[in-house]
Unconditional design. Structure first.
Length: 202
């Protein structure tokens, strides 16, 4: 069964509600340019509240390797999602618990994906100037190609109404949602979260 990651959480309360709804993973965004940015102290609180009920993923955009390592160490977050212009070598330094997020413009993303190491990979819609959380979809046929080779996390414009179809067409390892289950940036709507998880796993 496909896993679900709810990304861009900013409060302990939202994290607990997402876990109660059945999410498999939680994403915490450490890019200061995001409306879903979370500070270290809040991130620590969320990690403690989550315990071993959900995998914790730190989202980074062109951060220094040492900064990434320090944040992971201080917070207890297990995984790093690299969502900027990081090189394959940067991903390799953080393996095995790291993966690259690639913005998809066209079919060339399939070849680009092959240049990055690691078992996991994330595909998101490519929107100039925005590393993610755009609420836009892309051609899922491209994602389906990558999903044949890797443990793929599918992101980009997913919501409770389209995630079931996305899972059917792509057969990803995991689906990832931020804006598609929000009442406002960084605040999750419990009903949308529940509906999203139910639709993904159905």
């Amino acid at each position: 069964m496909v896993e679900v990651k709810i990304c861009g959480l900013t409060t302990v309360e939202d994290a607990i509600r997402c876990i109660d709804a059945g999410t498999d993973a939680i994403g915490l965004n450490f890019w200061s340019g995001s409306p879903r940015f979370v500070d270290l102290s809040t991130a620590k609180e969320i990690v403690v509240a989550a315990g071993d009920h959900a995998q914790m993923v730190g989202v980074f955009v062109d951060a220094e390797l040492e900064q990434i390592r320090q944040i992971l160490s201080e917070t207890g977050i297990a995984w790093a999602q690299l969502h900027g212009d990081e090189a394959p070598a940067c991903v390799a330094e953080l393996l095995p618990n790291a993966y690259k997020a690639i913005g998809v413009r066209d079919g060339s993303a399939v070849q680009l994906a092959q240049t990055f190491p690691g078992e996991h990979l994330l595909l998101d819609a490519s929107v100039p100037g925005m590393p993610g959380g755009t609420g836009r979809t892309f051609d899922w046929a491209i994602a389906a190609e990558v999903a044949k080779e890797r443990k793929l996390t599918l992101a980009g414009g997913l919501n409770p109404d389209n995630v079931s179809e996305a899972v059917r067409l792509v057969q990803p390892f995991r689906v990832d949602v931020a804006s598609g289950v929000e009442s406002s940036p960084g605040r999750k709507d419990p009903d949308l979260v529940r509906r999203f998880i139910e639709a993904a796993k159905s």
